[in-house]
Design a protein around this ligand. Structure first.
Ligand code: ADP
Ligand code: ZN
Length: 438
């Protein structure tokens, strides 16, 4: 299955990738300085000129760009070309606040769709495949990105968008879908619904799924692979950098290759901004090397992960990023302890529960409370209070071992936690009502 969509780029020797990135960076910095006043002001304030950037390492002299900058520059402040050269806008999901609007020229769209095509080919996709895209279509980048990638590969594309799960299943079965693209939480829901309808995993023709747009754990991957009878692959991206496809998993399923011919990635210490060496955990920062309409230099994603460059059995030479554990702003500080929802998810799935849960954080009498609501599964179902209490205590102990703090666990009836068709809402932090800055 060693197949590439663009072999020349995807297997380029690392020295050549670096050379290419350097050439593109120097050009891009000048282009942005000349065309985007907002970024020129940032560079002037830092006292750095395009001529100061001579090598790839000089990138650390450049200022960072944050989501707040993009919000401030809304809507046209980051545009580097005339509006008449633009053919599309997309927008972020607004998970963490006001939406950011991104612009695309036709070249930008082609580059983005090619990145998605690489992801589809990497999971074994070709023109004989039927690719069911149930990411949302519209302003959200998930649907349009994978739709474009699927066209480029030549798959028969089912542009389902999200929702209407009965129809998703009908088309999946009647039209023999082989590749499924959606958020992992929606994939889990489709798996659950298939089972309820009496289908076994081997009844569908799916072979692979491309799931991203939200954090998910290895435990969740195993769960989805089992329920759908497929291989589940991760895909990463954000609207600011174009959309999904910035990084994608290959057959190894050990992290995502970053499309380095188009994106230069750095890991920084989120507190000091210092660039960290390969293998360190920190905040992922991207510089888009080719974007024309909505360029990005040193954009702080707030996603926390690790970059590694080891030989991969697929033959791709691109650096790999680990699954982001969540965004730095997803991290909850509970009784002084740093907690990511993904840590709790890992415990729940290891203990045999389904990924249907919600975390509630509050502050009562000056002390943080952590409540975890988890649905009972068929296997764990019990109707005696004593049994339920025993199970809740066992789960609470397992979470305490993982986090070091004790939660209150509540087992709730199946189907009582709302299912998500897009990005799942995992955390309700009620401390916000107290005006606590978390
Ligand atoms: P918003 O920031 O409003 O959610 P986007 O829809 O552009 O806007 O989502 C991009 C974000 O989604 C990323 O910064 C990251 O936090 C998250 N994300 C995307 N893909 C993945 C993935 N495979 N694993 C974990 N998180 C992801
Ligand atoms: Zn690989």
């Amino acid at each position: 299955m060693n197949n590439y969509y663009q072999p020349q780029a995807e297997t380029m020797p690392v020295e050549d990738i670096k050379k290419l990135q350097q050439e593109k960076l120097l050009k891009q910095v000048k282009y942005v300085y000349d065309n985007v006043k907002y970024y020129r002001d940032l560079m002037d304030k830092k006292g750095v000129k395009p001529e100061d950037i001579k090598t790839l390492d000089d990138i650390s002299k450049l200022p960072f760009l944050s989501k707040d900058d993009l919000r401030e520059a809304y809507p046209y402040g980051m545009l580097a070309t005339d509006l008449e050269n633009c053919v599309r806008i997309q927008s972020t999901s607004g998970t963490t606040g006001k939406r950011v609007v991104a612009f695309y020229t036709q070249n930008d769209i082609d580059m983005w769709e090619e990145c998605c095509a690489r992801a589809i080919v990497a999971v074994g996709g070709d023109k004989s495949d039927v690719c069911q895209v149930c990411y949302g279509y519209g302003l959200f980048t998930g649907g349009p990105g994978l739709n474009g990638g699927s066209h480029k590969v030549g798959c028969l594309t089912l542009p389902m968008s999200s929702g209407n799960t009965d129809r998703q299943i009908q088309f999946m079965m009647d039209l023999n879908a082989t590749i499924l693209c959606c958020t992992p939480s929606y994939a889990a829901y489709i798996g659950e619904t298939l089972k309820e309808k009496g289908y076994k995993p081997e009844d569908n023709k799916l072979k692979a799924g491309i799931f991203g747009a939200e954090p998910w754990t290895e435990e969740m991957r195993r769960d989805i692979e089992k329920s759908l009878g497929i291989k589940a692959y991760d895909i990463y991206g954000l609207t600011e950098t174009s959309g999904p496809g910035v990084a994608f998993e290959c057959q190894e399923q050990t992290g995502m290759h970053i499309n380095e011919d188009h994106f230069y990635a750095e890991i920084i210490d989120p507190d000091t901004g210092e660039v960290l060496p390969l293998g360190s955990k920190g905040e992922l920062v991207f510089t888009a090397l080719d974007k024309e309409a909505f360029p990005l230099i040193r954009y702080r994603t707030r996603d926390i992960c690790i970059l590694t460059r080891e030989k991969c059995s697929c033959g791709r030479t691109f650096v790999k990023m680990t699954k982001p554990m969540g965004r730095s702003d997803d991290m909850m500080i509970i009784r002084g302890v740093n907690v990511f929802p993904s840590q709790i998810e890992a415990v729940l799935l290891n203990e045999g529960y389904a990924p249907n849960y919600q975390i509630e954080v509050d502050r009562v009498n000056n002390s943080d409370t952590l409540d975890v609501y988890v649905e009972m599964t068929e296997e764990s179902f019990s109707d005696t209070v004593k049994e339920i209490t025993k199970k809740e205590k066992k789960l609470a102990a397992a979470i305490k071992t993982m986090l070091g703090i004790s939660p209150a666990v509540h087992l709730v009836p199946a189907k009582s936690i709302a299912r998500s068709e897009g990005k799942a809402v995992r955390v309700i932090d009620k401390r916000k009502r107290l005006g606590i800055n978390i």
